[in-house]
Design a protein around this ligand. Structure first.
Ligand SMILES: Nc1nc2c(ncn2[C@@H]2O[C@H](COP(=O)(O)OP(=O)(O)OP(=O)(O)O)[C@@H](O)[C@H]2O)c(=O)[nH]1
Ligand SMILES: [Mg+2]
Length: 407
């Protein structure tokens, strides 16, 4: 008897919902009591759930919603990566998955160069490199596979499970040939000449580091990830908490800028606090990948016109990032803006050219009340982006104070 009483007391101690058991409880009373306790627990859980939902809703209304918009390759996802470095948990989550994107980027860059060499009718400078060229040209047949792979890479980053390593295997099989070809003067000539052969802006960065990327234990650095290019498909949402700012939570939406992707933007146009519109100022002499009849800069200007004057964005502030200024600086030493924009009468120097493009964008805005903040950016440079991100944060906070009537 004594031992059973003790064992009962011990089991009571372990149950917080059962602090007291009436003595001489009949089985019927026990059943009712357990039923009551179950209901109390259910009720308390429902209250917890409601409180949690209210807290989430409150945080949502206290957060700032920002859209990253712009044409393809303008640098939207790069800015997002910088935000992860500056205000998030860094790039650890995607670091390993990026190895195959880096490998794919190298393959794609060399593919564009060898195709250009072929169509120009020129031959390699060093005949010893012929065997490497032949080996590389065999890749034509798997180009489709590589493109498909770039999409699965993006899916892999999202759901973090994919062991499809075709790109890395192909890269390692060809890394020696790529290095030999990249050192050939005829290939270098193709690189210097062509700005419209499908070469991504970071092609040189990737081709210069092939040896490091080919190491069996290669893990991408932050810079490798910032330079890597994978086209965004669909729209992705990212949340950042910036301590000490008001609001603290920033919800940032990164969209795909390719023309086929723009149809997916509209559902995200409600309750937007600010738009970061990105345009690559260096792209004035390039055409769209999706339509070789359209100049990239003119496409950006047209898109900016649509966004700026969109009925849902009448009062939405726009932060305009005129990006890739590092590439622009180099490019205008050789390429004349007036060859692509006949209306341009100024000098071909950085100050005059950037002023001209800034005016072109601002002229699209038909609402004089609307604020458009302009920044000249170099999105792959973390140091510069720290300063830019801080000033974007200032703008959003000022907007917030204004909205609350405090200023
Ligand atoms: N040199 C240089 N490269 C940049 C800069 N900004 C972005 N890039 C590179 O440009 C390429 C395209 O950048 P993304 O950020 O992927 O472009 P995106 O706007 O997200 O493109 P979509 O997803 O297709 O809409 C990447 O290889 C980046 O590393 C810049 O300011 N300077
Ligand atoms: Mg992107």
């Amino acid at each position: 008897m004594a031992s059973s009483a003790r064992s009962m007391a011990m089991s009571d101690l372990g149950d917080p919902f059962n602090p007291y058991i009436p003595p001489n409880e009949t089985p019927e009373e026990k059943k009712r009591r357990i039923q009551r306790e179950k209901e109390a627990k259910k009720h308390s859980e429902a209250i917890d759930r409601q409180l949690k939902a209210e807290k989430e809703e409150m945080e949502k209304t206290k957060s700032a919603k920002l859209l990253l918009l712009g044409s393809s390759e303008s640098g939207k996802t790069t800015v997002l990566k910088q935000l992860k470095i500056i205000h998030g948990n860094g790039l650890e989550e995607e670091r390993r998955q990026y190895a195959r994107i880096v490998h794919l980027n190298v393959l794609t860059a060399m593919k564009a160069l060898t195709s250009e060499l072929e169509s120009s009718g020129n031959s390699l400078d060093d005949p010893k490199n012929e065997e490497h060229l032949e080996k590389f040209q065999m890749l034509t047949t798997i180009k489709v596979t590589l493109n498909r792979n770039s999409l699965t890479v993006q899916a892999a980053i999202r759901d973090k499970k994919s062991d499809d390593d075709t790109a890395s295997e192909t890269f390692r099989e060809h890394s020696e040939s790529i290095q030999a070809l990249w050192s050939d003067a005829a290939i270098r000539k193709c690189f210097e000449k062509a700005s419209n052969i499908g070469l991504q802006d970071s092609a040189k960065y990737f081709l210069d580091h092939v040896e490091r990327f080919a190491q069996p234990d290669y893990v991408p650095t932050d810079d490798d990830i910032l330079q890597a290019r994978v086209r965004t498909i669909g729209v992705t949402e990212h949340e950042f908490r910036i301590k000490g700012s008001d609001p603290e939570i920033f919800r940032i939406f990164d969209v795909g800028g390719h023309r086929s992707q723009r149809q997916y933007w509209a559902p995200y146009f409600d309750d937007v606090n600010a738009i970061i519109f990105m345009a690559a100022v260096s792209a004035f002499d390039q055409v769209l990948e999706e339509d070789s009849d359209v100049n990239r800069m003119r496409d950006s200007l047209q898109l900016f016109d649509t966004i700026c004057n969109h009925p849902l964005f009448i009062n939405t502030s726009i932060i305009l990032f005129l990006n890739k200024i590092d590439i622009l600086k180099k490019k205008i030493q050789k390429v004349k803006v007036k060859d692509y924009f006949e209306e341009y009468k100024g000098a071909n120097d950085f100050q005059s050219v950037t002023k001209f493009f800034q005016r072109q964008f601002l002229a699209k805005n038909s609402n004089t009340e609307k604020h458009i903040y302009v920044h000249f950016t170099h999105a792959t440079d973390t140091k510069q982006m720290r300063v830019i991100v801080a000033s974007v944060n200032d703008i959003v906070q000022r907007m917030n104070l204004k909205a609350s009537g405090l200023i």
